[in-house]
Design a protein around this ligand. Structure first.
Ligand code: OAD
Length: 232
């Protein structure tokens, strides 16, 4: 049997928008209501950890209540016909809830906490909040397992390797402005088919050789999945 084609899907906040989770940079997005440096940077954590914990406790609660939409579900269905690897910048678990098996989180996961001293002490916390005074086994304050501005992205190398193997690349719901994640699209082999699903025009990248599906994820993704399956 011939090997299944490898499809790499890079997702951002836009894929979870129709599940009720806010994006960051759209009008009304999270960075309009919060100062990114205060709640999502290592400096912010050092200055006011309680504010950071409150921000992520709220995100965690909202993510728990959210359900995968037709975009997450269509990507899970794509696994039946292709070798699918999802690389997500999202900290929610909606890809997993939909049934996707190969999901690499670039910016961490809300349902995990880690030591504030070492990177490799990570524990599952599910939907529990993290409070000031909650300690890791090494005695340090527990913090969200989220990659903040000013920190390295531990899964970057793995993500770049996966992207370089893609036979088809799909990008869904990301403004492609946050590096190093946004630089992943430069690792693809030349001349593979590339699709981007986003109702807006990506501002900062020349995507002239991409197929732009100018729709919201929950309608655009099932259509693309059907097309790829039919063409197989
Ligand atoms: P952004 O908020 O920057 O971009 C969201 C993208 O989704 C935009 O291009 C929107 O046009 C698009 N969009 C909105 N609604 C959509 C829908 N229903 N269907 C499809 N697309 C839609 O979010 P990200 O690119 O994910 O990092 O942001 C990247 C990183 O910046 C995040 O991981 C986060 C943030 O700061 C950290 O906090 C470390």
């Amino acid at each position: 049997m011939p090997q299944a084609k490898q499809i790499v899907v890079i997702t951002g906040a836009g894929i979870s928008a129709e599940s009720g989770l806010s994006t960051f940079r759209d009008s009304g997005g999270l960075w309009e209501g919060y100062d990114i440096n205060e709640v999502a940077s290592i400096d912010g954590w050092r200055i006011n950890p309680e504010k950071v914990l409150d921000f992520y406790n709220l995100r965690r609660k909202q993510a728990l209540e959210a359900k995968p939409n037709n975009a997450h579900k269509a990507l899970a269905d794509l696994q039946n016909d292709f070798d699918v690897q999802i690389i997500t910048q999202n900290v929610d678990d909606l890809h997993e809830k939909a049934g996707s098996k190969n999901v690499l989180h670039l910016h961490g996961e809300l349902n995990k906490a880690k030591s504030s001293k070492v990177d490799d002490y990570i524990v599952d916390i599910g939907s529990q909040p993290i409070e000031l005074g909650d300690k890791a086994a090494d005695g340090s304050q527990l913090r969200p397992h989220v990659v903040w501005f000013g920190e390295l992205v531990p899964n970057l190398e793995k993500a770049a390797h996966i992207t370089s193997k893609a036979d088809i690349l799909i990008v869904i719901g990301t403004s492609l402005v946050v590096y190093p994640a946004a630089g992943l699209i430069d690792y693809v082999k030349q001349s593979i088919p590339k699709y981007i699903i986003d109702p807006s025009e990506p501002e900062f990248r020349d995507l002239s050789d991409w197929n732009h599906i100018k729709e919201k994820a929950a309608s655009g993704t099932p259509k693309l999945v059907k097309k790829l399956k039919d063409k197989r």
